[in-house]
Ligand binder design. Sequence first.
Ligand code: NDP
Length: 432
Amino acid sequence: LRRNPGEAEFHQAVREVFDSLAPVLVKRPEYTDAAVLQRICEPERQIIFRVPWVDDKGQVQINRGFRVEFNSALGPYKGGLRFHPSVYLGIIKFLGFEQIFKNSLTGMPIGGGKGGSDFDPRGKSDAEVMRFCQSFMTELYRHIGEHTDVPAGDIGVGGREIGYLFGQYKRITNRYESGVLTGKGLSWGGSLVRTEATGYGTVIFANEMLKTRNDSFDGKRVVVSGSGNVAIYAAQKAQQLGATVVALSDSSGYILDEQGIDVDLIKQVKEVERGRVSDYADRRGATFVAKGNIWDVSADIALPCATQNELDAASAQKLIESGVKAVAEGANMPCTPDAVSLFQDAGVLFGPGKAANAGGVATSALEMQQNASRDSWSFEHTEARLHTIMANIHKNCATTADEYGQPSNYVAGANIAGFTKVADAILALGVI
Ligand code: NDP
């Protein structure tokens, strides 16, 4: 706390992992002897930089850029870039810390990192977004590389932003280094299924949890928060599995569509027109609840896919009373610690983000594989790989929870399994 003042989200994320680790430290005293816990919560490198750019009125604007290279024991740093006005060091560190364990759980050779800026892409023209991305990359390029650090997208960073970032990297370095960024477009080194991967993976993980109780998505009423990349494809996969997704949201409110979300329409509104969920409601004749709390809507399955700490204890209580059976975190840390405890105490299946939303980064690692071999795989092949990876993550979390005497506790299972793999690598690499 003394070394990282005022970084509430980072403290929350560290506490959440460390709370699970006591039984591991009893079993493996060498971790304590080698100060593994202290080493794992100190980033290897933190870069903070000025991002100057010129808006459409000719005015100079200044934002702050971040890249936190947290841990590279398992491979090059890997993790997204977030562009949102709420971004500060504490958010980037919480996300980078989570990413270490998430990436470990995927079974792929990738370390953990995260970056971003307090730049707000909303309301900016295409040209402004491009100038910002070019300025951001003009500093970032010296820190990243296919064997060093491989950023991707996150909130506010999608295919358009990755394109401008990649273009500037290529221009500055004079290298077509496809493996330096993931989430690229399909015609310039991207992977099929990357766009869908986080949302699809979250639903696959939730479905694996349901299978342990001989249950499934079929016929279920599902609520998905957010309406961005993760939310849209979580909704699509849930409906492919026979569920009805009745609500989505953004920061201005939520929509209720009892017939089931029209995925093609929400994609048109959000991805093509860059509109709001209220625009979807107008076109579809669905209800828009301005400033409403989406967790007031009853659900059999809840998939929080917007942002951190969006689902608190009061919302969890309402969901439990409405009979929720499973909750899987598509977003990073969307449920507050109190909400998680309530779900667990009520016997609700709870999939933590570092396991449930790992499909995105896993498919990014598949994109890196395709780039390294100058190959591109079919949708079916890549989706099958994603499916296997998510089923393995589920199995690993469940088996580890059983091994440590906490059956069905996916929080403990994910934290312990993610941690031990990284901790063993840290030990093997010596004091560095
Ligand atoms: P997008 O930018 O595509 O969408 C974010 C969505 O969440 C938007 O609907 C946005 O609404 C809403 N939102 C964001 N911030 C807030 C806020 N403070 N209050 C209310 N609503 C908010 O981002 P993604 O879908 O990519 O990311 C969503 C979550 O998933 C994040 O936690 C991210 O870290 C996590 N994640 C993403 C992965 C990926 O592959 N994209 C991988 C793993 C995790 P509005 O437009 O009104 O701001």
